[in-house]
Design a protein around this ligand. Structure first.
Ligand code: SAH
Ligand code: SF4
Length: 353
């Protein structure tokens, strides 16, 4: 195993069989140690923070895993107005957030012009901030309009890179081909692009995970978000097993070694599967946290999966709690836009080595 880790460290690549062994490794101390070394080389001790604004829980899609799916009639739906969103940003800015992530279901009620207007307003009021959108699959023209309005980044997980597996997670109306088209369009338009996948989604095999890593090598995304699949009681996957913490942590470390420059979040799903999940994620090589800036009144309603954490706290409490957790893991939460560092000339040395 140490040999595979060393090879991955040296060449950012190893063969499929060795990857599978690392994905399921029981003793991952060496793997994680190497991942931390790489992460420190590129990002020092800095952990970047993104203020997540979940602005709508309406969605036209029906992904089998997700609680926001259109067919879930047990969910009270909400939309935030432009003013609500700007209030979240104002509060977030005061707390030290320099990136705002606007995430939602595929809610066609907001026109392209409305989204562009919201992005433009945030960018003009908070000139030293980045805006990230995460609103699913759209046309090239729509992505182009968002980009021209000032959007810096876009998050769209590919979810699974295997065609047959994709079909088991999504209805007929959705396709992996379109998902990939979206991701390459976003790259073409000059976004910093985030992709990723759930770990332990139903029917996922170790081979699928290797396909996911291979797909990411083709895409070369700036951000890579992974987290465990967690069942939601109002979805067809209500009785499925949740993802494995071990696999998540091994994969974070593998991703760090394969993509040394990448921004990798310790996700809320990881914090939901284990009380110390996010700290473990940081120690395995993650360097981003995404606390919630949504108004507390709607947090429960953005229910992708059951038992989501941090639905009760105010934004300030969330930030303080995370700053504490980050420190306890040996890193430092910084006030920074947190752009990707593709080469070692921009390395971050804050917090020492
Ligand atoms: N509608 C947008 C953004 C919201 S969903 C989109 O689909 O891209 C954001 C992410 O939540 C998804 O990419 C998915 O990977 C994750 N997610 C959804 N349901 C989940 C579940 N049951 N367990 C874990 N993650 C889930
Ligand atoms: Fe909608 Fe995204 Fe959930 Fe799919 S994962 S149902 S697109 S919110």
């Amino acid at each position: 195993m140490e040999k595979s880790v060393d090879a991955l460290y040296e060449k950012q690549n190893i063969d499929d069989e060795s990857l599978k062994l690392l994905i399921d490794a029981d003793d991952a101390e060496y793997l994680q140690e190497k991942a931390r070394t790489v992460r420190r080389k590129y990002y020092g001790s800095a952990v970047y923070t993104r203020g997540l604004i979940e602005f709508t829980n309406y969605c036209k899609n029906n992904c089998f895993y997700c609680g926001l799916r259109a067919d879930n009639k047990n969910l009270q739906r909400y939309r935030l107005t432009k003013e609500d969103i700007l209030l979240c940003c104002t509060k977030g800015y005061e707390l030290g957030f320099r990136t705002f992530v606007l995430q939602g279901g595929e809610d066609m009620t907001y026109s392209d012009d409305e989204i562009c207007d919201i992005v433009h307003e945030i960018k003009s009021r908070f000139t030293d901030c980045a805006v990230t959108l995460s609103v699913g699959e759209r046309s090239f023209e729509t992505y182009k309009a968002y980009r021209e309005a000032g959007t810096d980044r876009y998050l769209l997980r590919h979810e699974t890179a295997d065609e047959a597996h994709y079909k088991k997670l999504h209805p007929e109306s959705m396709s992996l081909t379109n998902r990939k088209r979206c991701l390459f369009d976003l790259k073409k338009l000059g976004y910093q692009v985030g992709s990723g996948f759930m770990v332990g989604s139903p029917y996922q095999t170790a081979d699928d995970l290797v396909s996911d890593l291979r797909f990411l090598q083709k895409l070369q995304p700036d951000m890579i978000g992974i987290g465990p699949f967690l069942p939601h009681s109002d979805t067809p996957f209500r009785d499925e097993e949740k993802g494995s913490l071990k696999r998540c942590l091994n994969l974070i470390a593998i991703l760090r070694l394969m993509f040394p420059y990448a921004l990798i979040p310790a996700t809320t799903a990881l914090g939901t599967i284990h009380p110390m999940g996010r700290e473990m994620g940081l120690k395995a090589g993650a360097n981003v946290v995404m606390p919630n800036l949504s108004p507390t009144g709607v947090r429960e309603l953005y229910s992708l999966y059951d038992n989501k954490i941090c639905t009760g706290e105010e934004a300030a409490e969330c930030r303080e709690c995370l700053a504490r957790r980050v420190r306890s893991a040996g890193f430092e939460l910084v006030t920074d836009k947190g752009d990707v560092k593709r080469n070692l000339t921009d390395i971050d040395t804050r917090g020492g080595k």
